[in-house]
Each structure stands twice: as C-alpha cells, then as structure tokens.
Design a protein around this ligand. Structure first.
Ligand code: HEM
Length: 468
C-alpha cells in the first residue's frame, strides 16, 4: 500500500509488486510510459521495496541538489550490497565510512595529478598504445571494443596499482570478463528478482554467477595488496594502494573506518566504475563520428588550428575548442551511459515536488529521462553539437546535462573521465580519419541496456590523415 501523499503509480500485486509492469531485460521504455501516465515523480513496488522514480531536470535537481542530504543514502538490502560485501564506496550508505573514503579518493586522485600534469601524462601514455593498435589496422576492418575497454582499464589500473596490461594479457582479460558480467547482472532481471523475492536468495539461480565472479576479482585484488605491502616504502606512495596503506598506518584503528577489507572492495569499485563507463562512451563517440563525417571533419579542422606547432594536446586546450567540446558533450548525451544512475535511498522522512517520501524509500534517479526532455534541448532527438553551442558558436552546458548525476553522490571520477574522453578523442582525431566500412550497412545506434549501456558491436576502418 502507498502511504498517504506518496507519489502515485500503477496498482501493485501482492509479493510481486510492480514487477509485471516492467520489462526486466530493459525497463527504460516502461519507465518512460509510466512517466507519461503518472508524472515526473511516481512510485513502484519492486517486490516489497517502496521505490520512487524521479524524472526530469526540475525534480532531479530538487532531490539530488536542493535536498541532497535527504536523498543521498544507498539501500542496504539489495543484490548489489550482497555482491560487494557492503564495502567500498559506491553502495556504502551516506555516513562516516562513505564520507571518509570519498574524501580520501578525491584527494588522492587530485594528488596524482588531476589539475597537475601527471594524470595527463598517464593518459597520454595509454593513448600511445591505442595509436599503435590502430596503426597496425590501417585500411582494414577492425573491432574497437577490446581496445577501448583495455585502454580505460589500464588508465585506472595505473592510478590504483601503478601497472598496465597488454591488450591481450590473459589475466586482464579474466578481470574484464568478470567485471563485465557483474555489470550486466546488477541491473538485470535476476537482480530484480533477488531484490523482490528474498526467499530465492539462497537458491542456486543464475545470480550466483555474479558472486563467483566477484570472488575471482577479490582474490586478485588481495594478491596485489599483499605484493604492495611487501614492496612499498612507507611515506613514498607509488599509487592509490600505497596511499591507502600509508593512511591506514596513520589512523587509529579504533576510530577509523579504514581497513584492508575495505581497501579490497574500494579498489574493485574504482576499477569497475572507471572502465565500462569511459570505454562505452568512447565507443558511442566513434560510432557517431564515423557516421557523421561532416562533424568529424569540423572537429579535425578545429583541432589542427589549436594544435598548430604542438605535438601533444593538453586538457586546458579544451577552452579553445568550443565545437569539439560540444561534440564530446553531445556524445555523452546520446551515449546515455549510466541510464538509471546508481540507486539512492532517502535518509529521513522528506518531501519532493509536493509528495511525502518516508525514510528508507528506494530512489531511482532516471538520468535517461533528461536526454530528450522537452524544452531542454534544441535538437532532443538528433545527434547535433548545436545542443551545446549558443548563437555565437560558444560552448554552453544546459542544466539537463547530468550524465555524472549531481549532488554529494555525483560521480567521483568525473574529473578523470572528462580528461580521458577529451585527450583520447582529440589525439585520435588529429592522427586518424575514422571511416564507417562500406559493407557495414545502416548504422544501428540502439544501445544494449545494462547498469552501463553500450552500442551494439560494430567495425571501424581507420586511415592516417594526410594534413597534420
Ligand atoms: C563517462 C564516464 C562516467 C560516467 C558517465 C559516470 C557516471 C556515474 C554516475 C551516474 C554515478 C552515480 C552517481 C549517483 O549515485 O548519483 C557514478 C558514481 C560513481 N563513479 Fe562514475 N562515471 C564515469 C566514470 C567514472 C570513473 C572514470 C571513475 C573512477 C575513478 C568513476 C567512479 C565512480 C564512483 C566511485 C562512484 C560512486 C560515488 C559515490 O557513491 O559517492 N566513474 N558515476
């Protein structure tokens, strides 16, 4: 039953709640249909869990920004909590453990050079490996999935563990396989059933695969931590792991939330959050650039102009590249990489857009609903960089642009992700022309649904550019 003044929604069945109202393989269309019937704030029962879906820029801003403290919790009795042992940062509830760990990661990422050059150097180092791969494939059809995936993994791996892997390294392939499977599982139908029907949790159903995959990744993370403990010099950190171990030594074990168990899941969280998101956005980007050659050429003209006489692009150059900036942002808009954000929950009784929402209500911030929201975009249904350009051709960011979410739980890796997207796309566009293969047929922009969405697999062709 819905409590008094709770957001409206479709009638719910006993036990199943509103599960039958949603296509569990991909609920995005159903969520949009329900929005049309019930408005921007409506409710569902995912099994026994009271859930509120928030849509559109006005309601999302009120919840995530204006009432940030009320809406920044994470539910603690879901599939994802069990898979991650309730540790790390992503699904940890709003409280001291989350706060201490979030603050530590932001500071550490900054010290590794977000804002200084060293992070840029790490990214440029990895770009050289992408370039080598592309050079080997000049003129032939290639599939870019693995390359972008490993490039994104390697950048975050270098920050965390100070190491990178070759694109065909067997161990790395195994980690990527496990993380991709977990990623698919957490927004998949079995996760929904796990959350809705607690009595099935101990049965040998397909969701057990995610637990096994997590164990494989945890074993590897533990091994890396053991090796780091042997080789580290206290006070001279080489990477994130060393920084954490230094911090652990400094803190009073009675009072701190820092621990080695916590570090294992934290490292996995960052690796997980930083891989699929960035690589899937890059895949969408190159799909659209290949199939919109006029837009690709305009970026290249702007890049040539700004980089005249320079060997390497730097992140600050983005301020002189309004068109390319607009294209990268438009790519993020259509990529819809994290369509339903990460679930939140209310930390106390609160209200939203006139409705009352009790403490502990599960919140789904539907970021997907912003992408073509009426009145927010000049061209909501097309791929058009003008969505991010004003009449003078200057770069502008509409407030409905929220791919990293907003408020205290906003993506912790936003700075790193934006730097990666810019440096990788600009460096590659400067050097190569990307071509949609003649025999590839009509491009299919449909996204494959998941906690992070990805374009369907496609092939690309590359040529070295003549004018550079
Ligand atoms: C294009 C790339 C990326 C996109 C679109 C993206 C998007 C998001 C979104 C929508 C959230 C949920 C925020 C919320 O709950 O309100 C999130 C959380 C998070 N992201 Fe990202 N992300 C990206 C890249 C990265 C990278 C590279 C890292 C690694 C450093 C990262 C680390 C995290 C973490 C740790 C959280 C959880 C934050 C918390 O709960 O406090 N993300 N991201």
């Amino acid at each position: 039953r819905r409590p008094k003044n709770f957001p409206p929604g479709p009638p719910a069945l006993p036990l199943l709640g509103n599960l039958l109202n949603l296509n569990l393989e991909n609920p995005l269309k159903d969520l949009e249909r329900l929005r049309k019937s019930y408005g921007n704030v409506y409710s569902l029962f995912i099994g026994p869990n009271r859930t509120v879906v928030i849509n559109g820029v006005e309601a999302l801003k009120e919840a995530l920004v204006n009432k940030a403290h009320d809406f920044s919790g994470r539910p603690q009795d879901m599939f994802i909590n069990d898979v991650t042992h309730r540790k790390g940062v992503i699904v940890v509830d709003y409280g001291p453990r989350w706060k201490e760990h979030r603050r530590f990661a932001l500071m550490t990422l900054r010290n590794f050079g977000l804002g200084k050059n060293t992070m840029e150097d790490r990214i440029h180092g990895e770009i050289q490996h992408i370039i080598k791969t592309l050079e080997k494939n000049i003129g032939i059809k290639m599939s870019p999935q693995v390359m972008f995936h490993y490039a994104a993994t390697n950048i975050i791996c270098q920050v965390l563990f100070g190491t990178r892997y070759e694109y065909d390294d067997e161990l790395n392939k195994e980690i990527v396989r496990c993380l991709t499977q977990i990623n698919k599982a957490i927004n998949g139908p079995w996760a929904m059933l796990y959350d809705s029907l607690p009595f099935i949790r101990s049965l040998p159903l397909p969701f057990t695969k995610a637990f096994r995959n997590m164990e494989t990744v945890r074993t590897l993370a533990k091994k890396l931590i053991r090796e780091h403990k042997k080789s580290r010099v206290p006070g001279e950190p080489r990477d994130f792991l060393d920084c954490y171990l230094d911090e652990l030594e400094k803190r009073d074990s009675e009072k701190t939330t820092f621990s080695e168990e916590q570090l294992i899941m934290y490292a996995i969280d960052l690796q997980f959050a930083g891989t699929d998101t960035t690589s899937n956005t890059l895949l969408t980007g190159f799909l659209y650039l290949m199939t919109h050659p006029d837009i690709q050429e305009r970026c290249q003209q702007e890049i040539d102009q700004v980089m005249e006489g320079k060997d390497q692009i730097c992140f600050d150059d983005r301020h002189n590249m309004p068109f390319t900036q607009a294209v990268i942002h438009e790519v993020q808009r259509v990529a819809n990489t994290v369509p339903l954000s990460v679930v939140h929950c209310t930390t106390r009784d609160t209200d939203l857009m006139g409705y009352s929402i009790p403490k502990g209500t599960v919140i789904i911030p539907n970021l997907s609903s912003l992408l073509n929201e009426q009145g927010q975009w000049k061209f909501p249904n097309d791929f058009n960089p003008k969505n991010f350009l004003n009449n003078k051709g200057e770069f502008v960011k509409p407030e409905a642009f929220m791919p990293f979410s907003a408020g205290p739980r906003t993506c912790l890796g936003e700075g790193l992700a934006r730097m990666e997207l810019f440096l990788i796309m600009v460096t590659l566009l400067k050097k190569f022309k990307f071509i949609w293969p003649e025999d590839a047929g009509e491009p299919d922009y449909t996204l494959v649904y998941g906690a992070t969405q990805t374009p369907k697999p496609y092939y690309m062709k590359v040529q070295l550019r003549e004018i550079q």
